[in-house]
Design a protein around this ligand. Structure first.
Ligand SMILES: *Cc1c(COP(=O)(O)O)cnc(C)c1O
Length: 425
């Protein structure tokens, strides 16, 4: 009989892995204080000192700006809202193209559509899963106005090269750092590497307050535009004396006092939550470094990822076993594993049918848009290969994982790898 659990052997792991939970007494106490105060929000959609929100909103923004060494932090009710406001703030509009990643959460590309511009997909790098200066340059046109760069799985993209390219062509860069709070490129934080960075505080992320987000920038004019889009800008501009009316349609993207109070406590925990992530990830990278057909994350020397998830590339030709069979055997050993992350975004019906606003197909088939963007399958071969064939990943590094837990994960992967020939029926 085989040792593999899938074929009747004893699994490496019998108990479930710990759940990632970070809300504790500090958050409870902070919420109780907000409740005691009776002030659950203090935002006013009018030009007034309360345009900037209440004490907890402002305390979070101040702490966030200090932590990330950035001049301005603007809280939002989600990263989706933050991305949307960022696209508006940099002045993207009808007729513009914005280069985005196909391999990310849907909103990293959809934010562009909110301002009637057209997302253009650049392929990802197989080592980092992020778009690169090279892949961006390949799809640039005279209509390109901005780039949304995602630090996927918590690993900062190659911003040195991307910003150089952006400067040369006068493009604005929005960094989607939703998965990367605390990640670093050299001594700079992810989220502060482009013109505007956006973090998520949603409950799936490294730190959270249920739902929330923060946009950051060193540019005072961009910060003001983020604040205006967050909070009913159209009715503020006159009294505030704002001259630039481009995209000054405001919404209500504001975060409440309770969420900000929770986020404030969570930010204090960030360093302590990242340290074990880095330790666990480094252990796994070493433990899996010598397995032909499996490639653990590739991290350049000067990069410190936040290890949102741990991605592994699997080459079925080298292994002699398909991804789905390998993953099934791993699950039988008691280790959860996902196959692929999200279907490349351009495969969504909206892109495939090029239809969104009204009956006329704007912005994709708008008279004002002179380009002819392609969303055909095959436009980003690396993203497709990663998704449909090569990537497996798990939430293996989080702070609640003990040494024993990551040792079990490594042993299960090594065991399935060692016995893989038995999986070939
Ligand atoms: C989670 C996530 C978002 C959206 O965050 P919300 O706060 O849920 O709106 C955007 N981009 C990426 C890469 C994400 O992982």
């Amino acid at each position: 009989m085989s040792e593999l659990a899938l074929l009747g052997g004893v699994p490496v792991r019998r108990e479930p892995f710990p759940v990632y939970a970070t809300i504790g007494d500090e958050e409870k106490q902070a919420v109780a204080e907000v409740m005691e105060s009776g002030v659950l929000s203090k935002f006013l959609g009018r030009w007034h000192e309360d345009f900037y929100g209440g004490p907890r909103v402002q305390a979070l923004e101040k702490a966030w700006a200090e932590y990330f060494h950035v001049a301005h932090a603007v809280s939002m009710n989600s990263a989706t809202s933050g991305l949307y406001a960022a696209v508006g703030a940099v002045g993207v509009g009808p007729g513009d193209e914005v280069i985005v990643s196909p391999y990310t959460m849907s909103a990293s590309a959809a934010c562009v559509l909110g301002f009637n511009a057209v997302p253009v997909f650049a392929d990802i790098d197989p080592d980092t899963f992020c778009i690169t200066a090279e892949s961006i340059e390949r799809v640039m046109t005279k209509r390109t106005k901005a780039i949304v760069v995602v630090d996927l799985f918590g690993q900062p993209a190659d911003f040195d090269a991307i910003m150089k390219l952006a400067e040369k062509h006068n493009l604005k860069v929005i960094e989607d750092a939703a998965q990367a709070p605390g990640a670093r490129l050299g001594n700079r934080y992810a989220g502060t590497l482009g013109h505007i960075g956006v973090f998520s505080l949603n409950y799936h992320k490294v730190i959270h307050c249920g739902e929330g987000g923060v946009a950051v920038t060193d540019d005072a004019a961009l910060a003001e535009r983020l604040q205006l889009i967050r909070n009913h800008g159209e009715v503020i501009v006159k009294d505030k004396g704002v001259a630039n009316l481009v995209n000054m349609l405001g919404f209500n993207l504001r975060m409440g006092e309770i969420e900000c109070a929770i986020a404030f406590e969570q930010l204090k925990k960030l360093d302590g939550l990242l340290e074990p992530r880095v330790r666990n990830a480094n252990f796994l990278r070493d433990a899996l470094a010598d397995l032909p057909g499996l490639t653990p994350p590739v991290v350049p020397e000067h990069v410190l990822p936040a290890w949102y998830v741990f991605g592994i590339r699997l080459d079925a030709d080298v292994l002699g076993v398909s991804r789905s069979v390998f993953a099934k055997a791993l699950r039988a050993e008691g280790v959860p594993v996902a196959e692929g992350y999200v279907e490349p975004i351009y495969m969504q019906p909206m892109y495939q049918k090029k239809t969104l606003y009204g009956e006329v197909g704007c912005p994709f088939r708008c008279p004002f848009y002179g380009g002819n963007v392609s969303y055909e399958s095959g436009i980003c071969p690396v993203a497709e290969r990663m998704h449909y064939r090569e990537l497996i990943y798990g939430d293996y590094c989080h702070a609640k994982m003990s040494n024993r837990d990551v040792e079990d994960i490594a042993e299960a992967i090594r065991k399935v790898h060692r016995h893989r020939s038995e999986l070939i029926a």
